[in-house]
Design a protein around this ligand. Structure first.
Ligand code: CO
Length: 134
């Protein structure tokens, strides 16, 4: 059911040095920082030949990643995102298998303008999993 790895999201304490690491040291192609106020994050997109890395930093009050950064002050992997063809069919199948979908269970529009859902990390080997309708 899941397809390509769309991205790995990494929460970082400071986007400047994080961007420099990926651009200058690791030699990747990186975007300028993009504010996504509806998601409470500022993102730098790192383009790799086969997938993306998203560097995330909290934006504004009540950012959904503020607590994660407080618990992981040096940063850390926050979630992985897999592509699916049909997000509602994927959701229904996962729920039928007992996985918990976060929030109200309805897809939201994610950072790429596509519908996304998040699965409870306790049901996914301790990893927050995002599925995106590609
Ligand atoms: Co994501």
């Amino acid at each position: 059911m899941i397809g390509r790895l769309n991205h790995v999201a990494i929460v970082v304490p400071d986007l400047g040095p994080a961007t420099a690491l990926y651009r200058d040291t690791l030699g990747a192609s990186v975007s300028a920082p993009v504010d996504l106020p509806e998601h409470g994050v500022t993102t730098v997109f790192v383009e790799l030949p086969n997938t993306k890395i998203e560097l995330l930093h909290p934006l504004g009050e009540g950012s959904p990643i503020a607590k994660f950064l407080a618990s992981n002050p040096a940063g850390g992997i926050h979630h992985v995102c897999y592509e699916v063809d049909d997000i509602l069919a994927a959701r229904d199948r996962l729920k039928a298998d007992g996985l918990r979908v976060l929030g109200d269970g309805e897809p939201r529009i994610g950072a790429h303008g596509k519908p996304v859902l998040f699965l409870h990390p306790k049901d996914c080997l301790g990893t927050l999993v995002e599925i995106e309708q590609a």
